[in-house]
Design a protein around this ligand. Structure first.
Ligand code: B12
Ligand code: SF4
Ligand code: SF4
Length: 298
């Protein structure tokens, strides 16, 4: 375990002493804490977390669009001590996602999920040890595909948190698009009582309305209207993903693969997002994906 400078934690010391010490140094009620944000960002850099944003919990009370979620989904309803939400994002490597549905993307998805939970868990402890008792929120928060089919909603939405933390804005595919990775990024959040400076929202609309996500969705789950007027048919998408899970090759991910938004497309030399429907023009890629898809699943 990394021990932050100035922490009261002792790996060899008496654990009972830890919490009384914390209570003495709890700093809830401080004004906006710029220094703490600096050390938090430094910690994220150390941990090689490429994307971090902060939103005040007050932002949930002044929604940027309607309909918004019910109040019980706000961070301050879930954790009354919360004053800020820290959202981190980890990228989904595009060339791996391109083989989806496949065991390759399935494994990447699981790896990114584990890292998200571990990083937010560690960040919450980092803040707690500094005197701000903080909690991690799991990157998903549901028990199984079956549960999702009955109730495709979690107790907290990371997409909305990432929007308010200035990491991106919504696309027609209902995903949060970011300048860096388009929708190919997964999020995790930490609730903290520390009042950290919020990051500004991204004003520029990132979705180009190319409608590739709508046309390529294998379960016709997407609507052409902008979010949140056009909502994903959650049951159609979840049923298709449930079927893929039975074959060990979930999730589908096509609506995030085909999206042209994101600097990552340049990084991987994949500027032409039409490549997925043009077998004759990109034969070597299509051959590679076919090969990967033939193994490791049913
Ligand atoms: C449930 C869920 C699903 C369901 C439903 C998806 C959906 N569009 O909501 C299914 C199984 C279909 C699904 C599929 C996918 N998912 Co998913 N999923 C989630 C999960 C666990 C919860 C989302 C949620 O509950 N939102 C709740 C509400 C607030 O969102 P909403 O329904 O859109 O609500 C709006 C309106 O309905 C309105 N409203 C009006 N009345 C009411 C009433 C109530 C009760 C509520 C809640 C809202 C509401 O308010 C909102 C508008 O402001 C999140 C993880 C998390 N905990 O955030 C990941 C998450 C959204 N999924 C993610 C991804 C990537 C995917 C997939 C691409 C699969 C994949 N992994 O490859 C697909 C894409 C599907 C798509 N295009 O929509 C990522 C998104 C990343 C991003 N860049 O945005 C997330 C954030 C996971 C993560 N940790 O990163 N997913
Ligand atoms: S994950 Fe697949 S099935 Fe679900 S909305 Fe996206 S493209 Fe459609
Ligand atoms: S694929 Fe096109 S329409 Fe869909 S979210 Fe991306 S830019 Fe918007």
């Amino acid at each position: 375990m990394l021990i932050p400078p100035g922490s009261n934690y002792r790996t060899t010391g008496n654990r009972k002493k830890y919490f009384p010490l914390l209570i003495q140094t709890t700093l809830i009620g401080d004004p906006v804490n710029k220094d703490l944000k600096k050390s938090l960002l430094e910690k994220c850099r150390e941990m090689e977390i490429p994307m971090v944003g902060v939103a005040s919990t007050k932002h949930w009370e002044t929604p940027p669009f309607q309909p918004w979620m019910p109040e019980e989904f706000y961070p301050q309803s879930i954790y009354p001590e919360a004053k800020s939400v820290i959202v981190i994002g980890l990228p989904i490597n595009l060339p791996v996602l391109e083989s989806a549905p496949s065991i390759h993307y399935n494994e990447l998805y699981r790896t990114v999920n584990i890292l998200l939970d571990q990083y937010t868990y560690r960040l919450s402890n980092f803040l707690t040890e500094k005197g701000y008792p903080s909690i991690f929120i799991p990157r998903d928060g549901y028990g199984s595909g079956k549960v999702l089919l009955e109730k495709p909603v979690a107790f907290f939405s990371h997409r909305h948190a990432a929007l308010l933390a200035g990491l991106g804005n919504f696309g027609v595919n209902n995903m949060l698009l970011t300048p860096e990775y388009g929708p190919r990024v997964r999020f995790g959040s930490v609730f903290t009582p520390a009042e950290l400076p919020s990051d500004p929202l991204i004003e520029e609309q990132l979705c180009t309305h190319c409608m590739r996500c709508v046309h390529m969705c294998p379960s016709n789950a997407l609507d052409k209207a902008d979010y949140p007027v056009g909502l994903t048919d959650k049951n159609a998408c979840a049923s298709y993903n449930f079927e893929l899970a039975r074959r060990y090759i979930s999730p589908c991910g096509i609506c995030i693969k085909v999206c042209p938004v994101g600097e990552d497309r340049k990084l991987y030399g994949r500027e032409d997002a039409s490549m997925y429907s043009k077998k004759d023009e990109f034969p070597e890629y299509h051959r590679a994906w076919k090969h990967v898809r033939a193994y490791g699943g049913k």
